[in-house]
Write a protein that binds this ligand. Structure first.
Ligand code: HEC
Ligand code: HEC
Ligand code: HEC
Ligand code: HEC
Ligand code: HEC
Length: 483
């Protein structure tokens, strides 16, 4: 046993050294041949297919191709990483917050696993590293996890403490372009936001990167690994917004106690310093359904609150009084007031926001509606806010993500932007009294239809979250001439 282990370590060290030399040589070669340089934090490389040349010409310079992750040429092993439970010993509150987050479930997420299986089967496992590089960085770099491991009992960590606090640098801003450095000169190192942090357990290295959106960008910008189509662009959406200009980072909204609360005074560990703000680790987003699936009811409520803080809705009623029998056109304005990126953002196949608009008479009879759910989808004609991805023949793609070749449409609302949608309906003749106009702004992370297709019917119930709503009356004059 021990002997075997020893041999394995020697072998690993050998592979590690060889990998060192090999990747250095390859890097040199590619720099000379392709004139490619590793982009820096400040670089604004994005959609316009900037990565295409890098990916197509230099796959060997990417040790985890098609993921852009790297390890400074080192072969990483599981022993180099602690489990989150080790950190819990001292950072109890942070541990509890993180444990409820979607990122802690990034590998065990059933929707992810189902889509990974499909994508892997359709591409002869060519996409494995791509997906795993973001959903389980330690699984990919230290455990050589593949899709086949989904059937085994071993569960690699998702986006855990050790992932984020061992990222020493980034080499771009998409597709997992992080540099993972679990130790320095044989010592365990944690990169963090303070220059004066001192821990009895680990070395703490100050990292400005951790306090900036560019840190999140490596995973929150997804480009198609082989044709560079921009699939998910949360970081780019932010970087082109007023929030970037004002210096408001992802951390300022996602690492605080909740919407509107910007500081969280205290200590991050019992022996730590008292500080004005300790970064919260809930990473609240909008995925209420996933939190409910894992029985995390407090997190589900946080996500509802986050969604409610993102938008406002108004009904813009016409100035002149309408008559029974007339056509009425009502405008509804939806504004993105709280999110530092488009609403919705992220996972484009699923995320959808829409207006459910109803008109009733004074006794509650429904006169008009647009935005109901039928067969697990928003009905045809619904005014929704969503990205539609397409294949090379312009067919809409919702689950076969590997065949994505273009963005067909994007109706989502820009940060600090708004959208106006309108509805036209006939006011019944002989109507008495005002009409009631009700507009609800709804969100789901994926349609019930999509989930049923991925997991099978009845496996996971999707919650529709009402982000905000408005009710207003519309004066209508009785059409006397008709009598
Ligand atoms: C024995 C206790 C202990 C353990 C175990 C421990 N830490 Fe710490 N850690 C501390 C203390 C104390 C500080 C300093 C806090 C301060 O001054 O605000 C700290 C600070 C940090 C910081 C902030 C560094 C900075 O530059 O601001 C990070 C990040 C961190 N720890 C991550 C981890 C991770 C990840 C683990 C698990 C692998 C872990 N810690 C395990 C005690 C511990
Ligand atoms: C001004 C505050 C603010 C900033 C800055 C911000 N966000 Fe958000 N974020 C929100 C709010 C509010 C929501 C909930 C609404 C929604 O789902 O879009 C959200 C939702 C999300 C979601 C889940 C959304 C979905 O629809 O799937 C992700 C992922 C996310 N943010 C990541 C980021 C990243 C990464 C950054 C930095 C590049 C960032 N956010 C910057 C406020 C912010
Ligand atoms: C998705 C990435 C991510 C994960 C996962 C993560 N952290 Fe952090 N952590 C950060 C970032 C970013 C900061 C700095 C935020 C800032 O100050 O702007 C931070 C800050 C900290 C700090 C310093 C807190 C302060 O404000 O003084 C500690 C300690 C810490 N993390 C420990 C942990 C532990 C323990 C875990 C796991 C239970 C963990 N982190 C998981 C990204 C992460
Ligand atoms: C190593 C990759 C990685 C890094 C770095 C990373 N994320 Fe994530 N993040 C993910 C993945 C993967 C998910 C989706 C997990 C799932 O639902 O399966 C996610 C989910 C989230 C969500 C929840 C979205 C929802 O729909 O509810 C938020 C919010 C979020 N991340 C914010 C951040 C912020 C802020 C940072 C930077 C401080 C960051 N992330 C850094 C990979 C990463
Ligand atoms: C560059 C990093 C990155 C890569 C590569 C990546 N993802 Fe993700 N994935 C994320 C982030 C970040 C989110 C969360 C976005 C959000 O909340 O809207 C996410 C969300 C998801 C979700 C939605 C989960 C949920 O519960 O709502 C699924 C499913 C998913 N990814 C599957 C995959 C598959 C399959 C692949 C490979 C073909 C893949 N991802 C590749 C970063 C990545």
């Amino acid at each position: 046993m021990a002997d075997n282990n020893h041999r394995r370590i020697i072998w690993r060290t050998f592979i590690g050294r060889w990998a060192d030399v090999r990747s250095l040589l390859l890097l040199l070669l590619t720099v000379i041949l392709a004139g490619v340089s590793v982009s820096t934090m400040a670089d604004n490389d994005k959609w316009v297919q900037p990565e295409r040349s890098v990916i197509e010409q230099t796959p060997n310079a990417m040790p985890f191709y098609p993921s852009r992750a790297s390890t400074q040429g080192r072969a990483l092993t599981p022993e180099m990483f602690d489990s989150a439970e080790t950190c819990r010993g001292c950072h109890q509150q942070i541990y509890q917050q993180w444990q409820g987050s979607a990122m802690a479930q990034a590998w065990v997420d059933p929707i992810y696993q189902a889509l990974l299986q499909r994508a892997s089967a359709a591409t002869d496992a060519k996409v494995d590293n791509f997906c795993i590089g973001c959903h389980s960085p330690i699984g990919m770099t230290a455990h050589n996890i593949t899709t086949a491991d989904l059937t085994k009992s071993f569960t690699p960590p998702g986006v855990s403490c050790e992932v984020c606090h061992n990222i020493s640098a980034v080499s771009g801003n998409d597709n997992g372009a992080y540099v993972l450095t679990p130790s320095e000169n044989g010592k365990r190192v944690k990169y963090g936001p303070h220059r004066d942090a001192a821990s009895p357990y680990h070395q703490s290295n100050y990292s400005e990167l951790l306090t900036k959106s560019e840190f999140c960008a490596v995973c929150h910008n997804v480009s198609h690994p082989f044709n560079s189509t921009p699939i998910e662009r949360t970081y780019d959406e932010w970087s082109e917004s007023a929030y970037n200009e004002q210096g408001v980072q992802c951390q300022d909204c996602h690492m605080t106690p909740g919407p509107g609360v910007t500081t969280n005074p205290g200590k991050s560990a019992p022996m730590g310093k008292q500080r004005d703000h300790i970064a919260s680790h809930h990473f609240t987003g909008g995925n209420v359904t996933l939190h409910k699936h894992f029985g995390q009811h407090e997190m589900a409520e946080r996500a509802r609150e986050m969604l409610r803080s993102a938008a406002t809705i108004e009904v813009l009623t016409p100035e002149q009084t309408l008559l029974g029998g007339e056509l009425a056109t009502i405008k509804v304005k939806v504004s993105n007031v709280g999110a530092g990126h488009k609403i919705p953002t992220g996972f484009p196949e699923g995320r959808e926001m829409w207006v459910d608009f109803k008109v009733t008479d004074s006794s509650g009879n429904l006169i008009y509606r647009s935005g109901a759910i039928r067969n697990g989808k928003t009905e045809t004609g619904t005014r929704n806010f969503k990205v539609y991805l397409g294949d090379k023949d312009n067919n809409v793609v919702d689950l076969d993500v590997w065949s994505v070749d273009r963005v067909l449409a994007d109706t989502r609302i820009l940060p600090k932007g708004y959208a106006i949608v309108d509805y036209t309906f006939t006011i019944p003749t002989g109507i008495q009294g005002p009409l009631v106009l009700n507009a609800e702004l709804n969100y789901w992370p994926f349609s019930q239809h999509l989930v049923d297709e991925l997991l099978g019917p009845g496996k996971l119930a999707v919650e529709v979250v009402q982000m905000t709503s408005v009710t207003q009356s519309l004066a209508v004059q009785l059409q006397l001439a008709q009598k």
